[in-house]
Write a protein that binds this ligand. Sequence first.
Ligand code: PRP
Ligand code: URA
Length: 209
Amino acid sequence: VNGVHVIDHPLIRHKLTIIRDRHTGPKEFRELLDEVAMLMAYEVTRDLPLEEVEIETPIARTTGWTISGKKVGIVPILRAGLGMVGGILRLIPTAKVGHIGVYRDPETLAPVEYYCKLPPDIAERELIVVDPMLATGGSAAAGIRFIKERGGTSIRLMALIAAPERIERLRREHPDVPVFLAAVDERLDENAYIVPGLGDAGDRLYGTR
Ligand code: PRP
Ligand code: URA
């Protein structure tokens, strides 16, 4: 599972195209991002370990399977990562949710943490960090670093769109973190926006521009 995975299921490609369209407003953008996150969560959790359990159906005793091992934690990077939490929670309703706020210092370009609230038992959880955009990768890399500093060990990253030249840098800093994407785009523009991308994910999600 370690590595970079592009989940290009037809439903995801279809919904992502509508998400990218500049004419798609915040209501539809939110709904579709939520749906894509749910579809991606299906693949992102494919390797979760199972254990056998004995149950009784109305007809007979039988053995079935239950997810075993570590419990799941979802960690959105604010703001835009919030748009992917609901879809994952619908599949994994018992997951705990931590929040990390990161902004980029306009002078130094260094990622600055402005908020962090994580479940106390993150060391025991299978953590899914979510952020739709992996542009320079700075925000995601910093978020993962903050989680590791607080004891998180088992981490995977789920994003929507990445710029190709930056995925490798993130992988070098966090080689233990598998990356799941819906698409890899062409490049970054001079303002570090992904081309063609979808614009500013936070603004499109919340209508702040
Ligand atoms: C966006 C996006 C990522 C980041 C990606 O957030 O949600 O967190 O940019 O860029 P990077 O890979 O170059 O770090 P933004 O900084 O716009 O904050 P917001 O979500 O609060 O609007
Ligand atoms: N952040 C975004 O929201 N979009 C981009 O294209 C790059 C960074």
